[in-house]
Design a protein around this ligand. Structure first.
Ligand code: KG4
Ligand code: ZN
Length: 344
């Protein structure tokens, strides 16, 4: 089955073509970063308008890149949530319209299901079950993934998401938007241990996260001080090390607690080099395996949506002719194909 994937949940307009036999045939992302950077963050209305302008031409470009016509498409998968409601509706409406015009089934995919399955886009994919460390701008959780639609949340953040904490800390250091990559780059020039921040919740049992205390510690460290470049780099390094230590320790705890020996990283913060290096070392020392999707499969993309949609459509799942979009959509409402799904 050849599936067209569409992702418009936030500030990336993305289109992909995924085939069950041949794999990924096209994967296009247009980042709206330059548009939103002028405003210091994502402006939902501007995101929706940009999606409207970009999306359909990108579908044509993806088909042209794969050397295929629209008749070759067997189904369409779009991100139905969670995300910015206006942005989601753009993708949902186009997906539904194309599906109607082309006479192919259309399915709404949960954005996090896409991230959780993204490691399977790589040739060396993890087998089920695995523990996913899902770290993005909107979500931070550890999830036991035992199959399509079989997700058990082991722990999640009680306040800020990891990416959100990166972005807010970057803002405190005047790094602009998006903050995560900029903060990571600045941290490269800082010295380890020059500024020590708390490792949130490591002293407590369980697998939940909390990053608001870490953010407050950064506020206290920089407040009322004029920091030169070296001092800012030390703060960035201190923050990144505290974040990485916490994510690594909780991931190992999740492996121990579940008895699963495979970890997979998902979501935009999964691009972070120091996190990847620390996880690789720690998971290896624990006798387990860790899988890192390439950076473009960690950050928002349509390949992961096409893959998730492919698996559901190939299993026979079908939806009525509705445009579905949900700003909020708890992951634990998902079910495997064929089982009653509260949402559909
Ligand atoms: O998964 P994603 O692209 O979008 C969401 O679904 O949220 O994740 C975006 C998040 C942003 O908060 C961004 O700052 C963060 O991922 N991020 C990073 C890095 N690259 C992206 N955080 C830390 N280090 C990075 N290298
Ligand atoms: Zn995402």
């Amino acid at each position: 089955m050849l599936i067209l994937g569409i992702e418009t949940s936030c500030d990336e307009t993305a289109v992909a073509l995924y085939d069950g036999h041949q794999g990924l045939l096209a994967n296009r992302v247009f980042s709206q970063v330059a548009l939103h950077a002028q405003h210091g963050g994502v402006v939902p209305e501007l995101a929706s308008r940009e999606h409207i302008e970009r999306l359909l031409p990108m579908v044509h470009d993806a088909l042209a890149e794969a050397g295929l016509s629209a008749q070759a498409v067997d189904g369409i998968a779009y991100t139905a949530g969670p995300g910015l409601i206006g942005a989601l509706l753009v993708g949902a409406c186009l997906a539904r319209s194309l599906g109607y015009a082309w006479g192919v089934p259309v399915i709404g995919v949960h954005h996090l299901e896409g991230h959780l399955l993204a490691p399977a886009l790589e040739p060396d994919a993890p087998d089920f079950p695995f523990v996913a460390l899902q770290v993005s701008g909107g979500h931070t959780m550890l999830v036991e993934v035992s199959g399509l639609g079989r997700y058990r949340i082991l722990g999640e953040t009680l306040d800020d998401a990891a990416g959100e904490a990166f972005d807010k800390t970057a803002k405190l250091l005047d790094l602009g938007y998006p903050g995560g990559p900029a903060l990571a780059a600045l941290a490269e020039r800082g010295s380890a241990g020059a500024v020590e921040f708390p490792r949130p919740m490591l002293d407590r049992p369980g697998l939940d996260f909390s990053f608001s205390g870490l953010k407050t510690a950064v506020v206290v460290a920089v407040r009322g001080r004029v920091l030169d470049d070296a001092a800012r780099a030390d703060v960035a390094r201190g923050f990144e090390d505290a974040m990485v230590d916490t994510l690594v320790a909780k991931s190992l705890r999740a492996l121990r607690q579940t008895g699963i020996d495979t970890l997979a990283v998902a979501g935009g913060v999964g691009v972070n080099r120091r996190l990847r290096a620390a996880l690789a070392g720690a998971v290896d020392a624990a006798g387990a395996r860790v899988y890192f999707p390439r950076p473009e499969f960690c950050t928002d993309n349509a390949a992961m949506i096409a893959l998730a949609g492919h698996h559901r459509l190939a299993a026979g799942e079908r939806e009525e002719l509705a445009v579905r979009a949900r700003a909020r959509w708890p992951l634990d409402e998902l079910r495997p194909p064929g089982q009653t799904d509260a949402v559909r």
